[in-house]
Write a protein that binds this ligand. Structure first.
Ligand SMILES: Cc1ncc(COP(=O)(O)O)c(C=O)c1O
Length: 481
């Protein structure tokens, strides 16, 4: 079962077994699960907006964001934008202080109380922390740029169409930016996207998941003409976690390169990009990795693609000075020789301001560990699913106001559950949730995405969400007077 195998290592069973316990539906039970949670201490390291803050018309002074000033909102939106780690402010202040007091010397001079090394080395420090998040070695990861721009950069290197092999396989429902990036790469090579883009469409539109067999079938059908496959590791809409290992191995068996958009997977599921032999990957850090809106992104390039041999042969790419060999970077010669590894794909000197926000969050991940995070996530999202299944039905199953479109197999999903509401209910349910301090996100016309993030969400958050959501559904299905 490929990459699913390792799930057995970490699925040791819920701390308390909510599946067989009729008390599982009570607040006390959720609170008992929280008490058993070994990651529970991490919640206080994040600033979760209060219900009052969310309704403010003016921003308040951050100093007054006190711990228990008001009741926290139920924030289940880490799939879209993670909340702010408390330490982010400290990292950024220390950076501002370095810049203010040292100016250009901040680039090179270390300080005994620094949180990050001098500016010229911050990218290396960030890559070191990022590598274990995606199961890579340090040299296979670079923290750089933004996600869509990085996808372009990587495709500039990995998509080298020929007359025979020119197609790119992607999901029909890929995130639009990925679709546009691929389409424009194809146009850039003066090819016709209608011929060169192979879209894998879901078989059932009401449950738009893609089976591994279906993906493999599309690869087989287009094997001789395909140059590249680019898929998402966790699908943004359905929350489906694809079998990266099996699909990657299959692509390679047909001599096709494959890259993964890990925007919804990094910091969410236990990726093993190196072990699974992925060619390249890219992700952002503002979702589960809590770096703030538009925060710095990252890339993975498998070590075999990042090599620079003795004759200075290397994989072609779009180059910039920051990717140059460190020994000659500042010599200003016009001969590009990349650093080995993903760092050799960097273009510009990184925004130190942005990297500080990334590192503040990654330090928390380092202490918690991805294995424990995924383990809690399986329980937390399992508990959410369990409670959702207890929605009382008046009559037939069809009367249920929502269905889950995320796979019910925990190995095939991350933190997020996507719920499709009956037509017309979304407009009524959303204001109710907002009014009651629940933060989730919607994909119109009828889907909400609910994502408990294991570092800062609790079982009680999940329980409270279900209370509010069920009440919202009950009110929404009432015939209007
Ligand atoms: C799967 C996926 N790909 C690409 C993007 C685009 O990201 P960016 O705006 O950081 O380039 C997003 C943004 O949410 C996304 O979810």
């Amino acid at each position: 079962m490929g990459s699913r195998q390792h799930l057995r290592d970490i699925q040791s069973g819920p701390p308390l077994d909510y599946h067989d316990d009729i008390r599982a539906n009570s607040r006390e039970y959720a609170e008992a699960l929280d008490k058993e949670d070994s990651l529970r201490g991490f919640r206080s390291e994040f600033i979760i907006p209060s219900k009052t803050d969310l309704k403010r018309k003016v921003l308040i002074d951050a100093q007054s964001l006190k711990d228990d000033a008001d009741e926290r909102c139920i924030y289940l939106c880490g799939n879209s934008l993670g909340v702010q780690p408390r330490s982010t402010r400290q990292y950024i202040e220390r950076y501002l202080q370095t810049w203010a007091t040292k100016g250009v010397f901040g680039h090179f001079v270390p300080h005994s109380d620094q949180l990050l090394p001098p500016f010229v080395e911050v990218d290396t420090a960030a890559a070191k922390l990022m590598a274990p998040i995606v199961g890579a070695s340090e040299s296979e990861v670079a923290v750089m740029g933004t996600l869509t721009a990085n996808l372009h950069l990587l495709m500039a290197s990995f998509y080298q169409p020929t007359t025979e092999k020119y197609k790119i396989i992607l999901e029909g429902k890929a995130f639009p930016s990925d679709h546009y990036a691929i389409e424009s790469q194809i146009l850039h090579h003066k090819l016709d996207p209608k011929q060169a883009m192979v879209l894998i469409e879901p078989e059932k539109l009401d449950r738009p998941v893609l089976t591994t067999d279906q993906i493999i079938k599309v690869i087989d059908e287009n094997a001789s003409s395909t140059a590249l496959i680019l898929l998402s590791a966790v699908q943004f809409y359905t929350g489906q976690y694809f079998d990266i290992q099996r699909i990657t191995a299959h692509a390679h068996s047909k001599s096709i390169l494959i890259g993964w958009d890990c925007a919804h997977a990094a910091g969410n599921v236990d990726l093993r990009l190196h072990e699974w032999d992925v060619d390249f990957a890219a992700w952002c850090t503002y979702k589960y990795l809590n770096s703030g809106p538009g925060g710095m992104a990252a890339v993975f390039v498998h070590e075999r693609h990042g090599q620079v041999d003795d004759q200075q042969n290397f994989r072609p790419r779009l180059a910039g000075w920051w990717g140059n060999d460190l020994k000659t970077r500042f010599q200003m010669k016009n001969e590009f020789v990349p650093q080995p590894g993903a760092a050799g794909f960097q273009l510009s000197n990184p925004s130190v301001l942005d990297i500080n926000a990334v590192v503040a969050s990654l330090e928390i991940f380092k202490r918690a560990g991805m294995k424990s995070i995924r383990e809690k996530s399986l329980h937390l999202t399992g508990y959410l699913e369990h409670l959702l299944l207890t929605y009382p039905l008046d009559s037939s199953p069809e009367s249920k106001p929502f269905i889950m479109i995320t796979p019910s197999n925990p190995a095939e999903r991350g933190a997020q559950l996507s719920l499709r509401l009956r037509p017309g209910l979304l407009e009524k349910v959303l204001p109710y949730l907002e009014e009651h301090g629940v933060v989730i996100d919607e994909r119109k016309p009828d889907v909400i995405r609910v994502a408990p993030a294991p570092l800062y969400n609790t079982y009680t958050d999940v329980w409270e969400f279900c209370q509010v959501f069920f009440a919202a559904c009950r009110e929404a299905v009432q015939p209007s007077a």
